[in-house]
Design a protein around this ligand. Structure first.
Ligand SMILES: C[S@@+](CC[C@H](N)C(=O)[O-])C[C@H]1O[C@@H](n2cnc3c(N)ncnc32)[C@H](O)[C@@H]1O
Length: 199
C-alpha cells in the first residue's frame, strides 16, 4: 500500500505494517483525514495508540505527514478500496466531516465502503462519524435527514449506533481538525455526530 511522508511516497507491505504496530494494541484509523491534523493530535496525545490517517488526496497531507511520530502513519487510498493490509487491525474508526465520494458512499450505504469498514474492524471496533450541514446540503440533504440516513445504513450492516446528536458550538470550535475550525467560524456551523461500535 502507498504511504506518504512529506513529498515522499513509500510502499509498505504487511510485514512492514506489522512491525510498525508491534507494541500498540489500540489502532485508530481516521478516514478522509484531509491534512492529517487530527491524526497528529491523537498520536501526540495518546502515545500508546497507533494512529493511521487515510485520504484519497495527497496534496493536503504534506505538512503533517512530514513530522516524525513513531505512532502515526498516512496512507493514500480511497475509502472504498482500503488496502487489504489493514484487515482486522483497526480498533477505532473516525470519519470527520466527509465530503465528496466518501459522504456519497455513506449516504448511499455503498457496499464497497460498508464492506471495507467491516473488513478492517476487529470483533469490537468503535466508530465516530461527524457530519456538517454544508456538505450534506451540497448532496441535497438536510443535516438531520442525512445523519438519519447514514445512521440507518450503519445499523443495516450490523453496527450498533446511538441516535445522532448535534455537536455544540463550543465542541466544534475546540475539535482538533482543520475542517471543524473552518465550520465553527463559518456561515453554517451546524454539525452532528454518530457514535457506535461493531460487534
Ligand atoms: C471536508 S474534508 C475533511 C478533512 C478532515 N477530516 C478534517 O476534519 O479537517 C473531507 C476529506 O475527505 C476526503 N475524501 C473524500 N472522498 C474520499 C474517499 N472516497 N476516500 C478517501 N478520502 C476521501 C477528501 O479528500 C477530504 O480530504
Amino acid at each position: 500500500m502507498e504511504t506518504i511522508r512529506g513529498r515522499r511516497s513509500l510502499d509498505l507491505d504487511l510485514n512492514g505494517l506489522t512491525a510498525r504496530l508491534t507494541n500498540y494494541n489500540r489502532v485508530i484509523l481516521d478516514l478522509g483525514t484531509g491534512d492529517g491534523r487530527y491524526v497528529h493530535c491523537l498520536a501526540d496525545n495518546f502515545p500508546n495508540a497507533f494512529v493511521i490517517g487515510v485520504d484519497a488526496c495527497r496534496e493536503n497531507l504534506r505538512e503533517h505527514s512530514r513530522m516524525k511520530l513513531p505512532n502515526a502513519l498516512f496512507i493514500i487510498a480511497s475509502a472504498q478500496s482500503l488496502p487489504d493490509e489493514l484487515n482486522g487491525l483497526i480498533s477505532h474508526i473516525t470519519i470527520n466531516f466527509p465530503w465528496g465520494s466518501l459522504l456519497e458512499s455513506l449516504l448511499a450505504g455503498d457496499c464497497m465502503l460498508m464492506h471495507r469498514l467491516e473488513l478492517i474492524s476487529r470483533s469490537t471496533t468503535l466508530i465516530d462519524v461527524r457530519l456538517n450541514g454544508g456538505a450534506l446540503a451540497e448532496q441535497g440533504w438536510t443535516l438531520e435527514a442525512g445523519a438519519e440516513e447514514i445512521y440507518d445504513n450503519l445499523i443495516h450492516i450490523g453496527w450498533h449506533i446511538k441516535t445522532p446528536t448535534m455537536m455544540k458550538a463550543d465542541v466544534l470550535r475546540s475539535f482538533p481538525t482543520t475542517w471543524a475550525k473552518r465550520l465553527a467560524f463559518g456561515r453554517d456551523p451546524r454539525a452532528m455526530q454518530l457514535n457506535g461500535y461493531i460487534k
